[in-house]
Design a protein around this ligand. Structure first.
Ligand code: NAD
Length: 421
């Protein structure tokens, strides 16, 4: 099938490369000329295992990119919308990019006579596809579908090719066309209406976020009782109704999806006159966890003015340079507010964090960050932190507050505290 893809970020590039691998002819559209040039040269615009290989294999053969909607849309049978849906000022979804992309698609479709399906893959709150996208792209021969994406950053190509679910909402003709695209992937297609497909994505992410906040809340209570929350979670995870995943208590969730998607669903619920108490609590617990890290630190070392605090880990999770909504951001903000000097280290995310905190001291290694520090906060579960040991001896005072349970330090060497254990 001939497919066009609007937006070549995480979702668009991975979708394009994987659909090319499945045998489809793909044209990607982005307003960013640099990304377009990279894709045409077979270079991945993002870090994702396996993506460069697919782009190299298919670029200029079954996959190309352009900035011109009129080059891409009329030459395809089906168009995916994969542009960003960030949080607005009030936390509600900002649909301006979706609107602008839909308008451009509508214009490019105006002279097309053959049947064309527009598929929303961006995460959008229920009713968006029908009320915002459809009126802008609707033509006599245009079908509309919604096909949310569940891939995980860092495993995006694998997840696209090995999904545990594929959800497609829309009228039967449009859904059938989308389903044909995925032939070759051994996964049942869940067929729904459009707003159900939209809600499945939000329910999915909100549930996972809720699991993390739940583990954190139980962890906060466990800590007061001297109970190891990891023993508790590992036992309850054996219950098949719960499952062992997403129960790691710690400094909270970040990233480009969970915080924004839970907030967007809260915004949509409020717009409908419903008070989403549980979703609000999921965010509240998550906001509180990084602040708890700093409170624990103050309990141990007191006034932070002019104290050197090592922050190990800046990315929102390991194996990425993505710092969006990273829990290290509120922690560093609080440390600076309290007058501390921050020495930070992350294997990948330093360039991104420099844009937010140009004033802190960035170090070449964990050892450099720890050298002479009054205390250390661990914010990301990087593997290389697991083997840290004698490096802590370089600190002025050995005080370590672990937000990710990555370090084990013998009692007697100094102070080691987990945020929830
Ligand atoms: P992204 O910001 O990485 O990429 C969006 C791309 O769209 C950018 O390259 C941008 O230049 C381009 N763009 C902006 N305006 C455009 C326009 N008018 N026409 C063409 N291109 C335009 O976003 P992403 O992380 O790929 O996320 C896209 C959507 O998928 C979001 O709704 C997100 O919530 C959802 N999603 C993301 C993930 C993830 O892990 N990143 C997973 C599942 C779902």
């Amino acid at each position: 099938m001939n497919v066009s893809i609007i937006g070549t970020g995480y979702v668009g590039t991975v979708t394009g490369a994987c659909l090319a691998e499945l045998g489809h002819d793909v044209i990607c559209v982005d307003i960013d000329q640099q990304k377009v040039d990279w894709i045409n040269a077979g270079i991945a615009p993002i870090h994702e295992p396996g993506l460069s290989e697919l782009l190299k294999k298919h670029a200029e053969i079954r996959l190309r990119a352009t900035t011109d909607y009129n080059d891409a849309i009329p030459n395809s049978d089906l168009t995916f919308i994969c542009v960003g849906t960030p949080s607005g000022e009030d936390g509600r979804i900002d649909l301006s990019i979706v609107r602008s992309a839909s308008k451009s698609i509508g214009e490019a479709l105006s002279d097309k006579r053959s049947y064309h399906v527009v598929v929303v893959k961006s995460t959008v709150v229920p009713e968006t596809t029908e009320k915002v996208v459809a009126p802008l792209v609707r033509g006599e021969n245009v079908g509309i579908a919604m096909n949310p994406e569940f891939l995980r950053e860092g495993k995006a190509v694998y997840d696209f090719m090995n999904p545990d679910k594929i959800v497609v909402g829309g009228d039967p003709r449009a859904v059938e066309m989308v389903a044909r695209l995925y032939e070759g992937i051994p996964c049942e297609i869940t067929r729904t209406d459009i707003r159900t497909a939209e809600m499945i994505k939000y329910a999915n992410n909100s549930f996972l976020a809720a699991k993390i906040s739940f583990a954190n809340e139980i962890g906060n209570i466990c800590k007061k009782l001297g109970i190891d929350v990891y023993d508790v979670m590992s036992a309850i995870g054996k219950d098949f109704r719960i499952s062992e995943h997403f129960l790691n208590a710690g400094a909270g969730f970040g990233g480009s999806c969970f915080p924004k998607d839970v907030r967007a669903l809260i915004g949509k619920a409020e717009e409908l006159g419903y008070d989403p108490m549980l979703l609000n609590a999921v965010i509240e617990v998550n906001e509180e966890q990084p602040i708890r890290m700093v409170k624990l630190l103050v309990e141990h070392i007191g006034d932070l003015r002019n104290r050197r605090i090592a922050v190990l880990g800046l990315a929102f999770k390991n194996d990425t340079d993505d710092i969006r909504e990273s829990r290290s951001i509120p922690v560093i903000t609080e440390l600076l507010n309290l007058g501390a000097q921050v020495s930070a280290y992350d294997p990948l995310a330093e360039p991104n964090m420099r844009k937010i905190f140009p004033e802190i001291d960035y170090c070449e290694s964990a050892l450099d960050a720890l050298n002479g520090a009054d205390a250390c906060l661990i914010m990301t579960e990087w593997d290389e932190f697991r083997s840290l040991d004698k490096e802590f001896d370089a600190m002025k005072n050995l005080v370590v507050i672990d937000g990710r349970r990555v370090v084990s330090l013998d009692h007697g060497r100094g102070i080691y505290e987990g945020i929830c254990w």
